[in-house]
Design a protein around this ligand. Structure first.
Ligand SMILES: Nc1ncnc2c1ncn2[C@@H]1O[C@H](COP(=O)(O)OP(=O)(O)OP(=O)(O)O)[C@@H](O)[C@H]1O
Ligand SMILES: O=C(O)C1=C[C@@H](O)[C@@H](O)[C@H](O)C1
Ligand SMILES: [Mg+2]
Length: 170
């Protein structure tokens, strides 16, 4: 199957971790839009947020998403905010099977709390921020996804297995 597989979901949902494994299993090339932005700019995401604010990062993200969506036979792990622009949502929907990795705010918080690489969570109350982002974005992830996987309490290997099963059922 030469189709692209595209992962969406909040920070800490496991898009990068699971996307990389699925790509290996399915012999597809793995891309991560966050890594691609860092590779192209030569700086980390926190530095981009500092210099260009969130707006600047979103512009870069939308253009990288558009470009990666033109490729074929790839697995793409998107950044958590890749669904914010309607144009990007359209691109994602049109160019692959989109999988929404879902997790509770509590789990997302546990998975991200020791990592300083996510500027939106470097706030007084990262848990509340995750709640707000969840409320804002859950409908957007649902809008683009044709597969929704609840990752709650499951180890990565079980999630990978579940996804591979769902993909063969398509
Ligand atoms: N099912 C899981 N159970 C436990 N830990 C997990 C699970 N999935 C991912 N993790 C861990 O959570 C952390 C975040 O995962 P990952 O970086 O893959 O998330 P992401 O969705 O790519 O986030 P971002 O949007 O910030 O790029 C990693 O340390 C990863 O090992
Ligand atoms: O959810 C978000 O808005 C973000 C998620 C990360 O993947 C990065 O794209 C960045 O830290 C912003
Ligand atoms: Mg990631």
């Amino acid at each position: 199957m030469a189709t692209n597989i595209i992962f969406v979901g909040l920070m800490g949902a496991g898009k990068t971790t699971i996307g990389r494994i699925i790509a290996k299993h399915l012999h597809k090339t793995f891309y991560d839009s966050d890594h691609e932005i860092e590779r192209r700019t030569g700086v980390s995401i926190p530095v981009i947020f500092e210099l260009e604010k969130e707006d600047g990062f979103r512009r870069r993200e939308a253009s990288v998403i558009e470009e990666l969506c033109q490729m074929q036979d790839i697995v793409l792990a998107t950044g958590g905010g890749a669904v914010l622009l309607p144009e990007s949502r359209q691109q994602l929907k049109e160019h692959g099977v989109v999988i929404y990795l879902r997790a509770s705010v509590h789990e997302l918080w546990l998975r991200t709390r020791n990592d300083k690489n996510r500027p939106l969570l470097q706030s007084e109350n990262p848990r509340r921020k995750l709640e707000q982002l969840f409320a804002q974005r859950d409908p957007l992830y649902r809008e683009v996804a044709s597969i929704i996987v609840d990752t709650g309490g499951q180890p990565v290997s079980a999630i990978v297995h579940q996804i591979e099963q769902k993909l063969t059922d398509l």
